[in-house]
Design a protein around this ligand. Structure first.
Ligand code: GTP
Ligand code: MG
Length: 126
């Protein structure tokens, strides 16, 4: 997170299971359609970056593929994109409750927890 005087900027990841509304949220936050929305899960296949400009801040949102148990190499790559984004942002916004990040032994057990101090819902990231 950069904080040059009163101006602030930072990276925010939108993460969660497939089809929970991450891309919908990104579009709504930005006020324009930059991410594909669909009622089919696993629509977003790569990281999508959108910048929200405010008078005193710049928020860089990263929409990510849904975290799921991958069956194929493409799915594994999609999940890896989401995992990598988790490690690279200032703030993690877990969309659609925290079940994608906290299932010990469940389908998402391979996901490393985001640092709780970077997570908007710390319980979801433990
Ligand atoms: N009822 C309801 N539906 C929503 C909401 N947000 C999104 N949806 C719907 O949920 C479906 C999935 O939305 P997406 O934004 O594509 O979900 P996503 O999490 O990006 O999905 P993936 O990219 O596949 O991981 C779409 O049919 C949306 O219209 C919401 O707040 N309420
Ligand atoms: Mg999406």
């Amino acid at each position: 997170m950069s904080d040059a005087g009163a101006y602030r900027s930072g990276f925010v990841a939108l993460v969660g299971r497939p089809n929970v509304g991450k891309s919908t949220l990104l579009n709504r936050l930005l006020g324009e359609k930059i991410a594909i929305i669909s009622d089919k899960p696993q629509t977003t296949r790569t990281r999508i970056l959108g910048v929200k400009h405010l008078d005193n801040a710049q928020l860089i949102f990263l929409d990510t593929p849904g975290i799921h148990k991958p069956k194929y190499r493409l799915n594994a790559r999609m999940v890896q994109v989401a995992v990598d984004v988790l490690e690279a942002v200032d703030l993690v916004f877990p969309s659609g409750a925290g079940d994608a990040l906290d299932q010990q032994g469940g389908p998402c057990a391979q996901i490393p927890p985001a640092a709780p101090d970077r997570c908007l819902q710390p319980d979801a990231c433990l």
